[in-house]
Design a protein around this ligand. Structure first.
Ligand code: CP
Length: 310
C-alpha cells in the first residue's frame, strides 16, 4: 500500500503497480467526494505549499481543493507576486518556505527538470505539477483514470494523442502511463509538431487526422502551445484547424463511437470545435472532476498514509 518513490516527478519512474495503486486509491476518494461532507482529515498533520512559477487554472485549483479535502494546511505561492521577481533563486525560495516546516511541495515550472533539481536539494516530498515540455504526471494519471472509468480498463485500448506533441508535457506523461497500463498509443499531427524518433517510445505515428480518428477508441486532443513555439511550425491557425481540428462532423462520419478528451485549456475552434468539446463524445469535464480524486490519492500515498483507513 505504498508507492515505490518518495516524489512524483514523472510517470517515467512509476511502475504499473504504482499507477494501479493510485487509481484504486482515487476510486475511494471519488466515493468520499460524493458524500455530503466531502472531507477526510487524513492529512491534518501535513503542510503543503503549492509553488506555481507558471500560470495554471485547473491544476492549481485541483491540488488546492484536494489538499483541503484531506484536511492539510495549504500555502499558495505565485511567482509573479513573490520575491522571485526581485531575483531570488529557486533554491533560496524553496529553502525559505521549507524553514517554515512544510512537508510537501507541489510545483509547476516553465523549465523542464526544475522539480527534479529541487528534489536533489531539499527534504520535502515534491510533486511535479508540470515542468516545461517534460512531464505533467497528475494530468496523465487523471487522463488514464478517466479512460479506465469510461471503458473499464486501459488494457488493449487504442488511444490517439492528437496535435502539438512536440511541446506537450501531457503527451509524454500520457504515453508513459498508457503504455505501462497496456494501452496502444498513436500520435497524430503535422510532421513539424511530432518529435523525430518518437516511435522509440513504442507509439504509432500518423500525420493524417482521419486515419487517427478511425483507428482509436479515445482521442486526446492537445492544445497548440504557441507560447512554446519560437519559430513558425505551420502556416496559420486557420490552416492547422482545417487539417487537424477535430469537429463533430469528423465524429459523426465515423462508423463507431469514440471518446474525446482534452487536458485544457482549449483553443476552441483551433484544435477542437465547440460542438465536439461540448458534445456527447466528450468527457472533458469528467477529466477535471477526476483530477481532484487523483491528486488526493497522490498526496495521501506520498504522505505515507497508504495503510490508513480512508
Ligand atoms: N491541464 C492543465 O494543466 O491545465 P492548467 O494549465 O490550467 O493547470
Amino acid at each position: 500500500m505504498s508507492l515505490s518513490t518518495k516524489h512524483l516527478l514523472g510517470i517515467k519512474n512509476l511502475t504499473a503497480k504504482d499507477i494501479q495503486l493510485i487509481f484504486e486509491t482515487a476510486d475511494n476518494f471519488k466515493e468520499v467526494l460524493r458524500r455530503p461532507i466531502k472531507k477526510v482529515p487524513t492529512l491534518r498533520d501535513t503542510t503543503i505549499v503549492n509553488l506555481f512559477f507558471e500560470n495554471s487554472t485547473r491544476t492549481r485549483i485541483s491540488f488546492e481543493l484536494a489538499e483541503k479535502r484531506l484536511g492539510a494546511d495549504t500555502i499558495n505561492f505565485a511567482a509573479s507576486s513573490s520575491s522571485v521577481s526581485k531575483g531570488e533563486t529557486l533554491i533560496d525560495t524553496a529553502n525559505n518556505i521549507l524553514s517554515m516546516k512544510v512537508d510537501m511541495v507541489v510545483m509547476r515550472h516553465s523549465a523542464s527538470g526544475a522539480p527534479h533539481f529541487l528534489a536533489n536539494h531539499i527534504d520535502a516530498a515534491i510533486i511535479n505539477a508540470g515542468d516545461g515540455t517534460n512531464e505533467h504526471p497528475t494530468q496523465a494519471l487523471l487522463d488514464g483514470f478517466s479512460i479506465r472509468e469510461k471503458l473499464g480498463s486501459l488494457q488493449g485500448k487504442k488511444v490517439a494523442i492528437i496535435g502539438d506533441i512536440m511541446h506537450s508535457r501531457v503527451a509524454l506523461s500520457n504515453i508513459y502511463c498508457l503504455k505501462k497500463m497496456g494501452a496502444e498509443v498513436l500520435v497524430a499531427g503535422p510532421p513539424t509538431l511530432i518529435p523525430k524518433h518518437i516511435d522509440a517510445l513504442g507509439v504509432h505515428v500518423t500525420y493524417n487526422l482521419q486515419e487517427a480518428l478511425a483507428w482509436c477508441d479515445v482521442a486526446n486532443v492537445l492544445r497548440i502551445q504557441l507560447e512554446r513555439q519560437h519559430m513558425p511550425l505551420f502556416s496559420s491557425l486557420r490552416e492547422y484547424s482545417l487539417y487537424y481540428g477535430v469537429t463533430k462532423k469528423h465524429l459523426d462520419a465515423l462508423q463507431k463511437e469514440i471518446t474525446i478528451m482534452h487536458p485544457g485549456p482549449i483553443n476552441r475552434g483551433v484544435e477542437l470545435s465547440s460542438d465536439a468539446a461540448d458534445g456527447r463524445h466528450s468527457i472533458i469535464l469528467q477529466q477535471v472532476e477526476n483530477g481532484v480524486a487523483i491528486r488526493m490519492a497522490v498526496l495521501y500515498l506520498l504522505a505515507g498514509k497508504g495503510e490508513d483507513r480512508i
